[in-house]
Design a protein around this ligand. Structure first.
Ligand code: GUN
Length: 296
């Protein structure tokens, strides 16, 4: 069994990005600038957005954190997005999800300029991804592809089972694993809350990608020997023995599943850090595109 070490690989990617940013600085070019919009005080979202901003500093990007109260109206958020769309200094931005219930998520995602949509959630970018066109690939699926590629995990002709059909992870992952190329060329089954006989399906899988947010859901009895397991789950489970009072737990019963797996991602230290690294990569791409388009 080999651990797919997202922490290590994400650090390598950040180092590669730092080299590119240093070159930009040397040439007197503008460095990439990422903005993140956070509405409300959700603890997990605060942590994620904090890590995204901190990682910008690490690679030499500019970053802006826009914090808005949980009472923000849809119109106020749409106005802020319009401001960010127009701001020539900002290359890309994200609106952290989930949003408070008074705000329509679809309206918000549609309002983001697709050229600045480094999350890849705008329908124009999502459509391009499905059609194999060059675009921003959502950061978590992009990070999983990068991990599979850097560890040279064979995906061609394999049966990939994705558990969970969220717009952020499961759905795009199911599309990407079936695309032509490497990683890809898999036969994909997308499972969800209405799937019957899930164990029958997972026990036939060569690669399993879990993204449902249910701690320790995937058990050893549900997988075959030598399976590749990618665990996207990050649930805060109360734990009085830790200073924070909780521990981050994945969707996979790691202790037992890892005994059967050929490759497996840990939680934490697997997919999570890769998501941030790929968001930075998308922001670098946004900067390069803007420079090519505007000449600065
Ligand atoms: N919430 C959970 N994951 C993500 C993500 O990748 N991007 C945004 N914007 N919100 C999220």
């Amino acid at each position: 069994m080999e651990i797919l070490d997202g922490k290590k690989i994400s650090n390598q990617i950040k180092d590669e990005i730092t080299v590119e940013v240093d070159k930009m600085k040397k040439n007197g070019e503008k460095v990439p600038h990422l903005a993140a919009v956070l509405v409300g005080n959700d603890g997990a979202s605060l942590t994620y957005v904090g890590s995204k901003v901190k990682s910008c500093e690490r690679v030499g990007f500019e970053s802006t954190l826009v914090k808005m109260p949980s009472t923000t109206s849809e119109l106020e958020l749409l106005k802020k997005i319009e401001e960010l769309n127009k701001n020539q200094d900002i290359d890309g931005f994200i609106v952290q999800l989930p949003l408070p219930e008074q705000i329509n998520e679809q309206k918000v995602l549609m309002a983001i300029d697709p050229d600045k949509d480094v999350d890849g959630f705008h329908p124009a970018n999502f459509g391009k991804m499905a059609l194999d066109m060059s675009t921003f690939i959502p950061a978590t699926p992009f990070g999983i592809l990068e991990l599979l590629e850097r560890y040279n995990v064979e995906t061609k002709g394999k049966h990939t089972v994705v558990i969970g059909r969220s717009h952020i992870v499961g759905r795009p992952m199911s599309i990407l694993m079936g695309r032509k190329g490497f990683p890809g060329n898999s036969t994909v089954t997308l499972t969800h809350s209405h799937t019957k006989n899930i164990t029958q399906i997972t026990s036939q899988a060569d690669i399993i990608i879990t993204a449902l947010g249910q701690p320790n859901y995937l058990k050893a009895e549900m997988v075959k020997d030598d399976v590749v397991v990618i665990d996207v789950g990050i649930t805060r489970v109360p734990d009085e023995d830790t200073p924070r009072g909780y521990k981050i737990t994945g969707d996979v019963d790691f202790e037992n599943v890892s005994k059967k797996a050929s490759y497996i991602t840990p939680v934490p230290g697997g997919v999570g850090p890769m998501t941030i690294a790929m968001l930075l990569k998308n922001t670098l791409l946004a900067r390069e595109r803007h420079r090519a388009k505007n000449g600065n």
